[in-house]
Each structure stands twice: as C-alpha cells, then as structure tokens.
Design a protein around this ligand. Structure first.
Ligand code: BGC
Length: 763
C-alpha cells in the first residue's frame, strides 16, 4: 500500500513537471510569434529605438542628461526610461509611447539597490547578516514598493566580488567571497522577480556590473582590470553566474577594461561566456554612457565604439545615444549587420513581453497601490529587523554592552545627529526626513528612564573640501568651524555628565559608493583625536562605527572597550542600533569581508593561495618568507568574524565517513552549545581545502553556512553534507572538475577560528 502511494506521488510529481514544462514551452512559442510578428512591422529606426535607454532625469551619475525625451518616445526612438517614478509621471511617459506608430511600451527602471522608499541596510551590511530568507525578503519588499510606484526594472543585484577596501563600491556588493556572494545573488533575483515576472508586483532584475568591476586596480573607481582566467572563473564569476542561473532577466556591462578590452565591447565576455557558456537569454544593457566611454578607453569614435559594443553583445545603450545616432550608418557601411540589430531588438522586446507590458502597458501605474503599498508599517518593521541582523559586534570588553535602560547616555560625534547619512549610499528614493537620528533612535528604544544628550565633538573630516565631497546628494553634516579643541571641549562637557559615551564615528554615507574610493581607510584623523579625548575621561565608551567598507581600526581595536560596526542600516538604522545597544536584539552579524590592520595589506582576503614560502601559522616576520617587515599577515578581523552577547562552544568535527565516493555524500557535524546567559544566533561556517590540485588551490574556501538560534545552555548538532560538487573548481583548461585526493574540512565561528577533519575524495 505504502509503495503504491509512493509510486502515485512520484507519478504526480513527474506529470506536474511535464505539465509545467509544456506550459512554459507554449508560453515561449506564443512570445516568439508575437515578437516575430511585431518585428516584421518595424523599421530599422524603430528597431534601433528599442536599444535606446534614456533617463527621466531624477538621478544621474554621469555628465550626459537626456533631452527632448517625450518627442523621442513618440517617434519610437526610446526603448526604456530610468530614474522616473510615480504612477502619474510614468503613465504620462508611457502615454507618449502609445502615440508612437507601433505603440510599443517602454520599460521603466531605476537603481532600487537596497530597498525603495523603505530603505534596508546597504548590500555589504545585508551580506553581514548571512540570513538568506531575510535578504530575499528585502528584495521582495523593494520590488513590491518599486512596482507600486510604477517601476518594473531594477539595476540590482550588484554582485561584484570586492577584496579591496579602497574601492568605494565595495559597499554595494556582498563582499569578498564567491560562495556567500552567489547565495545572496540568487535570493536577490528571486526576491525581485518572484516566480512570475508578469505579475504587477514583481520587477526584472539586472545583474551588475558584468564583469570583475570589484577588481579595479588600486581600488580606484572605473579603473583597469587585468586578471587571470583562474581567478575570474573561480573567484569573481560565480555570483554573476548564480544570478543568471536564478533567471535574472538582464545584465549590465561594467565600465572597466578587462585584459585589454572594456567589458562593454568585450565579445568574449558578453557572448562567449555569458550566452554560450552560461546560457543567458535576457538582454545586456551598458552602464551609464558606458558605450560612449569606450572612446576614452581608446577604441575609436562614437560610431566605431557603438558598432563594437553592439557586435560584442551590449544590446541596450544607457543614456549615451551612440546606438541611436550611429547604428544606421554602420549598417549601411557593413560594420553592423541587420541580424545583429534584430537580435538585440528581439531580446529587449522579449523582456517587455515577459513583464506583461504588451498586454497592459500601464499595469504598474496604480495610484492606489502607490498610496497603500509603500513605506507601510510592516515594511518599516522588516527594515528594523533586517538592520539589527547586520550589525557586527567587533569587541565587547567586560560586557560593556548591552547598556542598561537607565542613566545618561552621551551620543558624541558627527554621525550622531544626522538623518540622511543613516540610509547609506544608493538610496535614491529614500524619504530621509522620516529617518530618526541616532539620538532619536536611542531615545525611542531607551524609554523614559534614560536621558540622551548630544555633542558634535568633531567635524567629519578636518578638511572642509573633503567633507563637502563626502556628503553629496543631500547628505550634509553641519560643520563647526571653531578651533578643533573648542569643539572637543564642548563634547567633553557633555560627556562629563553622562554614565556612558556612545561615540558615533566613522564614514559619512557618501564616503563609500560610486566614485568614492579612498587611499586612507582609517577613521578620519579629526574624529580619532576626539575619540582619544573621550577615552581619557575614563567613562565607558562604545564606538558605534558607521562605514561602507572595511576600515583600518587597529588603534581603536586596542583602545576602545566596545565596538559595534553598524555599516549604514537604512530607514530604521538607528532604532535597530538602539535594539542592539540595549540588548533587545542580540547581535549576530559576521563580517562578509576581511578587516585589514592597515591599508598596506589590501587586497586581503581569507581564501588566498598559500605561496611557495608561506609564513607558519601565528608567525610574524621571518626572513625569506612571504610576509611584511612591519605588520603580520593576519587581518585585524577575519572574514566571518562577529561576537555576540552570549558565547558559543564548538565541539570537534565528526565525519560520517572519511572517504567520499563520487555521486555520494558524507556529513560533517559539530555540536554547538550556547554557553552564555542569553539566547543568541550563531553563523556556523564550513570551509574546505583541497590539499593537492592540478592548479594551486586556496587555503580555505567557504562551502556552507547555517544561522542557528540557541537558548542559553542549549546544544544543537549542526551538520553539513559534502558532495563531489562542493569540491569542484575550474582547472587550467577551465573545466569544472573535482580532483580525487586529500581534503580538509573546517567548521567554526569565523574563517580563522575553526576545528578541522580530513577526508578523501575517491576516484
Ligand atoms: C552605475 C550603475 C547604475 C547606473 C544608473 C552608473 O553610474 O555604475 O551602477 O546602475 O549608473 O544609475
């Protein structure tokens, strides 16, 4: 009877799958027919028009701004618009498209990066949560709000691996690790696109910046990338591929040069890798004036670079109008074929079809939804919960934290009384007025028995020009232009009446993000001098550190008793900071990126190769070893690091079998105990090392993680299955293989503090 039931269930599953596949095939052949028939009516100009993306002008990142937009739309010369919001404005603009000869609807995009009006923590912070369902939900909420405001396309997720803290855009991605980055890329795409792009509350994702943008030389934005294929395929490509595998509808080509050919004109990248190797079927858009910028890269005039970009596989031209103004001439001169134009045009039209825009061009234009589905209480609550999961407790000497909800707390520092700097970079839709300052956030959580006072204490940076450049886009922080010591003295007066000092220091939100690279990744000196003065008071000091990148805080890690790294937490950043400071929420974030001792160690990442002259573990300087004279090789805080208000104890790693047969799995298990006094969450991390390879392999690679909640005294067995797939890598022939031989598995609380066991992959 049981067997019969099982067979019946299996039969049903198989049938359902076949049915779903048939449905999908029917849908795609309907789409093919529709698009084919539409294209048979289109002129060359109209086809080229579909490849033209213009900006509605609400937020721009380049020098070019689109003009005569409505006329161009009505003439069928525009395929999409970005940075225009609200159902009213989008309806009006879509109506212009409905006046064009073939009434082809436009797509409406925007940089909805970490939330829409309800802003979630910056992507680097979200990665620090290691909480995939929560991260997926942030994308879901963002899609819900953005689509309620008329949008159907987002330039997210940004999945560039970044191992250089100087690069400002490290804040926009998931950090240094391909495994964590891939897992996040996948859930972000799922969150935006849901299971059906044609629903009016899902939006199309755009994976960016393809590719390798995070590896720009010297961390300088838009700079050159020169990289081996070993590194590309094993370390930098996986998150893009994961997003493609998850069904992302579009891809954005990156600005950077790759081994001599900029991504936007790189046929190997955009056609051979993306389409032929990975099977991508969506469309590729350039970055902002990325096509035009090929001229500055040295590839020729606008006509030449436009032809080259199209032929390489860039289907849509963002803002620069190189396609619009030159492609027709290139066809006539035989530089571009009609088939190439047709192909790009088809891909853009298919995206519109999948979004359901041909069925109803105004389906995202609901004033009612805009009123009821944006910045809802539920969304703000989700933002607060999310933010609290992203903070990383770096130090907590003598359990200074959590704070008591009594007495006087002095909040001191340039980040303590600012609203706009709490949401972080790339939050173009944020309603910054509703964001509580840190003082207000702490007050809200603390209740009536706590007095919260404030003093500026120092400017953001001593140099007023640097401060101005670091507080663009309405992120001003007022300056006090009196002598520095006077400003400090005022703060010391406020501090003297307090029981605890909360030093709100670090970066402003625009000190990271696009075109915000830094060569000095310390806390600005003027703030450090303030901190030293605060520490001298002898009062307990908690450093609440705002940052969009790993900062070099060696000195602070030695002198300050408690450090909570809060990144930029979004709309509810400060209430969440209050939740964690007072222990209503126990911090559980873990660094998704290595914190260096100083900028000279950068790029620094845990999954490095061993070299032929490795330094013995725990060592410092040793002549003729791979090390520095002046600083050890160790990071200040390793990848995966983060403390809790409770403590966890890890048992030894137990393996179900020390031999792994191909096609089978083995299980690695540790027992994890909450040895402290409060409930807490721990991110248990599993790493693997391939001890002998046909190519050199990293000393450790993340291959699994689980976020586990434990009550005080509770123990749980935490298990990870290991299969041959987990051991695969791209070899010298770029074949994805697992090589039989010896491996180590490590399980622990961060990438440095692990227990290990050995196993073999059999032939
Ligand atoms: C950025 C992209 C962004 C685009 C559109 C560019 O400058 O590099 O990440 O999506 O602008 O705003």
């Amino acid at each position: 009877m049981k067997l019969f039931k099982l067979i019946f269930i299996l039969f049903t599953i198989v049938n359902l799958n076949v049915f779903a596949q048939k449905k999908a095939t029917a849908k795609s052949s309907q789409m093919d027919q529709f698009v084919k028939s539409l294209m048979s009516k289109m002129t060359v100009e109209e086809k080229i028009g579909q490849l033209n993306l213009l900006t509605g002008g609400e937020a721009t990142t380049g020098s070019a701004v689109s003009t005569d937009v409505e006329q161009k739309i009505a003439a069928g010369k525009v395929g999409g618009i970005f940075s225009l919001t609200t159902p009213e404005k989008i309806r009006k603009t879509q109506e212009a498209a409905m006046k064009s000869r073939l009434k082809i609807p436009m797509i409406f995009g925007q940089d909805v990066i970490h939330g829409y009006k309800t802003v979630f923590p910056i992507p680097l912070a979200l990665a620090a949560s290691w909480d995939l369902p929560m991260i997926e939900n942030t994308a879901r909420v963002a899609a819900q709000e953005a689509s309620a405001d008329g949008l159907n396309w987002t330039f997210s997720p940004m999945v560039d691996i970044a191992r250089d803290a100087r690069w400002g855009r490290i804040s926009e991605g998931s950090g240094e690790d391909p495994f964590l980055g891939s897992a996040i890329a996948k859930v972000m795409v799922k969150g935006y696109q849901g299971d059906d792009l044609s629903k009016n509350n899902t939006i199309m994702a755009c994976v960016k910046h393809f590719a390798l943008y995070g590896a720009v030389e010297a961390g300088r934005d838009y700079n050159t990338v020169d990289m081996s294929k070993d590194r590309m395929y094993n370390d930098y490509f996986p998150p893009y591929k994961a997003a493609i595998d998850a069904g992302a509808g579009s891809v954005m080509a990156s600005f950077n040069d790759i081994n001599g050919i900029p991504a936007t004109a790189n046929k190997w990248l955009l056609t051979d890798v993306l389409r032929k190797q990975w099977g991508f079927t969506g469309f590729v858009v350039s970055d902002y004036t990325g096509v035009n910028e090929l001229s500055a890269h040295g590839l020729g005039n606008l006509q030449q670079v436009s032809a080259r970009a199209l032929v390489a596989g860039t289907d849509m031209d963002m803002v620069g109008e190189g396609y619009l103004t030159t492609l027709k001439k290139s066809i006539a001169e035989g530089k571009v074929t009609m088939a190439q134009i047709d192909n790009a045009c088809r891909l853009v039209l298919e995206a519109k079809y999948k979004l359901g825009l041909f069925a109803d061009p105004f389906k995202y234009c609901s004033e009612e939804r805009a009123k009821t589905e944006i910045s809802t209480e539920a969304n703000l609550k989700a933002a607060r919960n999310a933010a609290a999961q992203t903070f990383v407790l770096l130090k907590n000497e003598n359990n200074i934290l959590p704070l008591k909800k009594t007495g006087t707390i002095a909040v001191i520092g340039p980040l303590g009384n600012t609203k706009p700097n709490m949401v972080g970079t790339w939050a173009v839709n944020a309603n910054m007025d509703i964001v509580p300052t840190l003082v207000e956030g702490i007050e809200q959580v603390a209740g009536k028995d706590v007095k919260v006072t404030y003093a500026l204490g120092s400017n953001l940076t001593a140099d007023s020009v640097l401060q101005k450049n670091s507080t663009m886009f309405g992120r001003d922080i007022p300056r006090d232009n009196r002598p520095e010591q006077d400003v400090i003295n005022d703060a010391l007066k406020v501090a003297s009446k307090a029981d605890v000092i909360v030093a709100a220091l670090g970066e402003s939100s625009e000190m990271s993000g696009e075109a915000s690279s830094r060569t000095d990744i310390d806390i600005p000196e003027v703030q450090k001098r303030l901190l030293a003065a605060l520490l001298k008071t002898g009062k307990p000091v908690v450093l609440v550190l705002f940052t969009g990148r790993p900062l070099a805080i060696k000195e602070e890690s030695e002198t300050v008793p408690a450090i909570l790294n809060v990144w930029f937490g979004g709309t509810e950043a400060t209430t969440a900071i209050g939740d964690v400071l007072f222990g209503d929420v126990n911090p559980s974030g873990k660094l998704p990126v290595t914190f260096p001792q100083n900028v000279g160690q950068v790029p620094i990442y845990y999954a490095h190769k061993n070299t032929g002259r490795p330094l013995p573990a725990g060592g410092w300087f040793s002549k003729f070893k791979s090390n520095y004279l002046d600083v050890s090789n160790d990071p200040l805080y390793p990848f995966g690091f983060g403390l809790s208000y409770t403590t966890f104890n890890y048992g030894e790693v137990k393996l179900s079998n020390i031999s792994l047969n191909p096609g089978k799995t083995i299980t690695a298990t540790v027992s994890l105990t909450n040895t402290g006094k409060v409930v807490g969450k721990e991110v248990v991390q599993m790493y693997i090392r391939d001890l002998v390879g046909s190519t050199t392999r990293p000393v450790k690679e993340l291959k699994g993680f689980q976020k586990i909640s434990l009550n005080p005294g509770e123990t749980k067995e935490v298990s990870f299955k290991i299969s041959e797939d987990d051991l695969k890598f791209y070899n010298a022939d770029l074949k994805y293989v697992a090589e039989p031989g010896d491996f180590k598995v490590f399980i622990g609380t961060n990438s440095s503090d692990v227990k290990e066991a050995d196993f073999k992959l059999l032939k």
